[in-house]
Design a protein around this ligand. Structure first.
Ligand SMILES: [Zn+2]
Length: 276
């Protein structure tokens, strides 16, 4: 089994990124980021807050150490550095999300109407390669391994699968909502094009939007491609299922590009070819 090399440590407000993956936005940041072992990044807007350097922690914005959630992010970083023997699995609590959803005006009937439930974020994620836009692709460790095996198997069949998008945080999805609300859009208008924060399978770190070179991202035309035909025939053997087929009970539009990995019971593992 492949060792997990890069890990994203997740806390409610701040992500702890491994050094070497984030692009600097200024020369000053570039010098610091090039030496950083870890970078603390605000989830809401992606701001870099602090760099963990060999000589200690360095703030990248004024007041970084007084940021909401900084104490728990620093505790998580300390645990990560001390923890040479694997990380605890698990997910982050949902109560903070619930408060923010109430503030947004997303009514309690949404879950019932859609048949969707709130999805917690994993406590950490593994680097699963890079997406079409050369952004780091984060997935739960087992889903990352399954994606890598599936991609290689497709490639042996001359089919190129490309990741469009993997893990997304609640804060990211809430940010989209809050910006649109601020522009005067109503909740229902936003829900017509964006998943409600907290309810997207992408929060779990097990869902992937898949594409293939030369095809636009997240378009129904994906179902006409060799990549889709391959997935329809083979993805289940790697634990991936298409979540939103035509006329799905959630009322979500047909998404032939959206696949979610499910933990398999041991008996089902024999479905995966040994060579994969
Ligand atoms: Zn998706």
């Amino acid at each position: 089994m492949q060792a997990v090399s890069y890990v994203l440590i997740n806390t409610p407000d701040i992500e702890v990124w491994p050094g070497g993956l984030l692009r600097a936005r200024s020369n000053h940041d570039a010098r610091l980021l090039s030496r950083a072992r870890h970078v603390l990044r605000r989830k809401r807007d992606g701001r870099y807050l602090a760099a963990d350097l060999p000589e200690g922690l360095r703030s990248l914005v004024p007041g970084a150490l007084r940021e909401a959630g900084m104490a728990s992010a620093l505790a998580a970083l300390k645990r990560e550095v001390a923890n040479a023997h694997g990380r605890p699995a698990g997910t982050l609590p949902l109560h903070r999300l619930q408060e923010r959803l109430d503030a947004l005006g997303l009514d309690a009937g949404y879950a019932e109407r859609s048949g969707l439930s709130l999805i917690a974020e994993p406590a950490w994620l593994a680097l699963a390669g890079f997406d079409r836009y050369r952004r780091p692709l984060w997935l739960e460790a087992d889903a990352a391994r399954a994606w890598s095996r599936m991609r290689e198997a497709a490639w042996r069949d001359d089919v190129l699968l490309e990741a469009i998008s993997g893990y997304r945080s609640h804060a990211y999805q809430l940010g989209i909502f809050e910006r649109k609300r601020a522009r005067g859009l109503g909740v229902d208008d936003i829900l017509a094009v964006n998943a409600a924060p907290g309810y997207s399978e992408h929060h779990s770190g097990r869902a992937l939007d898949i594409g293939t070179p030369g095809e636009p991202a997240a378009e129904e035309s994906f179902e006409q491609t060799a990549a889709y035909t391959w997935l329809a025939a083979n993805a289940h053997a790697f634990g991936f299922t298409m979540s939103y087929p035509r006329d799905n009970p959630h009322g979500i539009v047909y998404e032939p590009w959206h696949w979610c990995w499910q933990r398999q019971d041991p008996a089902a593992r024999s479905l995966i070819p040994a060579s994969a």
